[in-house]
Unconditional design. Structure first.
Length: 112
């Protein structure tokens, strides 16, 4: 449990650092969350069934963020940026699925 908690904290710190670095560069687009969730999907696909729980559940769970994605999507809709919201939703799902699929394809233990 300790290693799981520490890894989740490390994942959250990494997410924070990426967000802090990207946000001033692209203020009107939630790129940081998109990159984080796509990267997390890839890492989880790559390590599922072989990676230690502290990494898969801990780090990847602390790193990725479904709640921030939802808040950003609702905020875009509140700002009447429906096209941007639709694009964000589509990219998050499509790129996340593709990243997970690539990770699973590279995972030697995946038999799907």
């Amino acid at each position: 449990m300790l290693s799981l908690s520490l890894a989740a904290g490390l994942g959250a710190v990494c997410r924070y650092q990426i967000t802090t670095w990207l946000k001033p560069r692209i203020a009107n687009w939630p790129l940081a969350t998109l990159i984080i969730n796509v990267l997390g999907s890839f890492l989880l696909g790559l390590t599922i069934n072989q990676g230690p729980t502290w990494f898969t559940t801990g780090f990847c769970g602390g790193f990725t963020t479904f709640s921030t994605f939802n808040v950003e999507l609702i905020t875009l809709c509140d700002d009447h940026r429906y096209g941007t919201a639709g694009l964000y939703l589509t990219l998050m799902i499509a790129l996340g699925l593709c990243a997970a699929a690539v990770g699973l394809a590279l995972n030697p233990t995946f038999t799907g």
